[in-house]
Design a protein around this ligand. Structure first.
Ligand code: ADE
Length: 349
């Protein structure tokens, strides 16, 4: 857990949840700089302006959606726009009720408390959060049994910002205590081009129109990915080309990274090949795919599947995941669905 004023946001200080400090510096600090997710930005602008006029903190906010789409960035922006401090923690870091109480009792008036992966917060901790969110209070219990007494401790008012990749795993009482619940969706190509250009400018690297479009196409609708790939291409053009990012240099650099035309990685392709070759295109359960790939089912559900579903390479049915014809075509398999037990033939085989 770390608490710091927003001025520390760009300082590159060691952060408990942000893995790459440089990505942080590419993040917008204000809603006016934020590209995409226009309805969420508008909701936040209204909530922040209204709360500021009333001299209150804004309602608790829950952001959900796949990783890398801006949940953390928006939390920092909320604190920045409100002129408050932000305290950052995560569901798994809060092991005991005391961990949360320690944080809550140190919040100053109007602070933002950001809890990443809030769906992984233990149930025993979650129960302390209810009175904190509703009444800005924590209830301490003294003694047990017949002598049990509780004491209510008042907290400063604050805004809880929760982030989760799995909103379905949140209990109803917790979900219902958020006033603003918004789902972040994958970004369209146009917004990704703008984000790529903005980041290239911050990184002081030249990128032409076709280069920016190619980078956007390969970024799985995700700002965090475009920023990461941009840095790889920046390295490539600095060492292997003339320092300018073009469609050709994006293609060359990203083929070295194993990122294909649709932005799929080795893991995405292994997933699809497993469904197609090993399970005859599905339907197949996630646990079976996870066991075959030797990858955590959670990683597949949170990181791999959302984009494959989004671009229609897999579908989810009640009996499991199925690869679509587009997946067969993308990997170069013949589209004709094979009979049970028949080996799938690759077009170039
Ligand atoms: N960097 C990462 N995400 C961004 C966004 N949505 N807008 C502008 N810059 C970004």
């Amino acid at each position: 857990m770390e608490k710091r004023p927003l001025s520390g946001m760009l300082s590159g200080s060691s952060l408990p949840i942000d893995r790459e400090p440089e990505i942080l510096s590419l993040r917008p600090e204000r809603l006016s700089e934020y590209i995409g997710q226009t309805e969420i930005v508008e909701t936040l602008k209204i909530a922040i302006e209204a709360a500021t006029q009333r001299k209150e903190p804004i309602d608790h906010v829950l952001f959900h959606g796949p990783p890398g789409l801006g949940k953390t960035t928006l939390s920092y922006i909320i604190a920045n726009e409100m002129g408050s401090n932000i305290t950052v923690t995560s569901g798994p870091a809060l092991e005991k009720g005391g961990d949360l109480i320690g944080i809550l009792t140190h919040l100053e008036e109007g602070d933002v408390l950001f809890v990443d992966e809030i769906h992984r917060m233990p149930k025993t901790v979650e129960e302390f959060l209810y009175p904190a969110m509703e009444d800005f209070a924590v209830d301490f219990m003294f003694d047990k049994g017949a002598h049990a007494r509780s004491h209510r401790y008042r907290l400063n008012t604050f805004t809880l910002v929760g982030a989760t990749t799995r909103v379905g795993l949140l209990s109803a009482p917790l979900r219902d205590r958020f006033g603003i619940l918004r789902s972040l969706d994958f970004y369209g190509e146009e917004d990704l081009v703008k984000i790529g250009r903005r980041s290239a400018e911050l990184l002081k690297v030249s990128i032409d129109d076709k280069g920016a479009i190619e980078l956007a196409k390969r970024s799985r609708g995700t700002p965090r990915i475009i920023n990461r790939l941009l840095k790889r291409v920046r390295d490539y053009v600095q060492v292997r080309a003339d320092g300018k990012i073009t469609k050709k240099t994006v293609e060359e650099a990203l083929s070295l990274e194993g990122v294909d035309k649709k932005g799929l990685t080795h893991l995405d392709r292994r997933y699809l090949k497993t469904v197609i070759e090993f399970y005859h295109g599905g339907p197949v359960g996630i646990e079976a795919i996870s066991a075959t790939l030797q990858e955590e089912a959670d990683t597949l559900v949170d990181v791999v599947e959302p984009y494959l579903l989004k671009i229609g390479l897999i579908i989810r049915t009640p009996s499991g995941r199925k690869a679509t014809e587009s997946a067969y075509r993308h990997l170069g398999f013949s589209v004709q669905q094979p009979a049970e037990g028949q080996k799938v033939r690759r077009l170039e085989d």
